[in-house]
Design a protein around this ligand. Structure first.
Ligand SMILES: Nc1ncnc2c1ncn2[C@@H]1O[C@H](COP(=O)(O)OP(=O)(O)OP(=O)(O)O)[C@@H](O)[C@H]1O
Length: 308
């Protein structure tokens, strides 16, 4: 298998005047979990749909698992799994019946299908729910079933479109444990999200805004390469201070977090804490200023202008 699960060159999709995905270059290694991080409407779903061969690009080239897409989309179909944003299983079939249906569609029959369904029910903690109608499952249980259904045929590559937007943090954590299990057993995974904590779990990610890739790399690389330093400011009257800070040309953003302001200062300014005190001596005389490690959210704010 090629060392790259996905390679795109100048991938573009237009809808009329709107450019939903704009000249996207990607090189996603096999055996990793890769994330698309971006706000609503940034082009994540459009991009995933083109990578699966379901949507034709307006321009550019796509190779998935070594196959050109959409030309070889049919050959690819058996090798990829796709969990869409909406629950796309049958609500009036039981958990087991849903998996049996997907197994049939994927060409598994008889004993092979029964064995695989048993395996999936166990691996995704669905055994006790196997007779329950899918429509009566909780959000977290639905996600587990949808994931099990997406991997019935043991795909080499799995696409997940905002898989945990409807589940609580604990279920989200469990869901990610399953993704790491799948990745460890050789499945490459591409996942779209607008959650920072999910993006931080990915081996690599691309930050999208208005269909454009603003940055990519591992979360650590992105945080290390942030073109800004982060200063937290503890003081009173944060709203006024925030306005004053944002008026300074060297300040990229200032966000209130409880009793603190998290301030991104242009990385070219060498002593950001001293610089801030020099700019606003009266306002900051009583304040505590601390230089802190950047987070992925800081990276996101810095490269998108902060419209999360
Ligand atoms: N079939 C379509 N026809 C017209 N415009 C579309 C179509 N599909 C997507 N778009 C537009 O393309 C842009 C990108 O949408 P897309 O669904 O890819 O974003 P997204 O990042 O997945 O957003 P979300 O997080 O809300 O799912 C949006 O402005 C959307 O309205």
């Amino acid at each position: 298998m090629s060392a790259l699960a996905i390679e795109t060159h100048q991938l573009t999709r237009r809808f009329g005047e709107l450019v939903a995905v704009n000249r996207l270059d990607l090189a996603i290694p096999t055996g990793t979990i890769y994330g698309f991080l971006g706000p609503n409407g940034s082009g994540k779903s459009t991009c995933l749909r083109m990578l699966t061969g379901l949507l034709l690009p307006s321009d550019g080239r796509v190779t998935v698992l070594g196959l050109p897409v959409p030309k070889q989309a049919e050959a690819l179909r058996r090798r990829v799994g796709y969990m869409t944003q909406r629950f796309s299983l049958y609500e009036d079939l039981s958990v087991r019946e849903n998996l049996a249906f997907v197994a049939r569609v994927q060409g598994l029959g008889g004993r092979q299908a029964r064995q695989r369904i048993h395996e999936l029910l166990t691996a995704h903690d669905l055994t006790a729910l196997s007779g329950q109608l899918a429509g009566s499952l909780s959000g977290g249980q639905r996600q587990r079933l949808a994931l099990a259904a997406a991997v019935v045929h043991r795909p080499d590559l799995l696409f997940l479109d905002e898989p945990t937007s409807a589940v609580d943090p604990e279920n989200r954590r469990d869901f990610w444990e399953k993704l790491f299990d799948l990745c460890d057993s050789g499945t490459s995974i591409v996942v779209s999200t607008h959650y920072m904590d999910e993006a931080e779990r990915c081996h690599g990610l691309a930050i999208l805004e208005n269909g454009i890739k603003r940055a990519d790399g591992s979360p650590e690389q992105l945080m290390n390469n942030l073109g800004a330093t982060v200063v937290e400011v503890l003081t009173s009257d944060l709203r006024e201070l925030k306005r004053a800070l944002l008026a300074l040309p060297g300040v990229q953003s200032a966000a209130q977090l409880g009793l603190r302001l998290r301030v991104l200062v242009d990385g070219r300014i060498e002593q950001p804490v001293n610089w801030l005190r020099e700019q606003l001596p009266a306002r900051l005389s009583e304040a505590e200023l601390i230089l802190v490690r950047p987070s992925l959210e800081d990276v996101f704010v810095s490269c998108t202008g902060g419209h999360s």
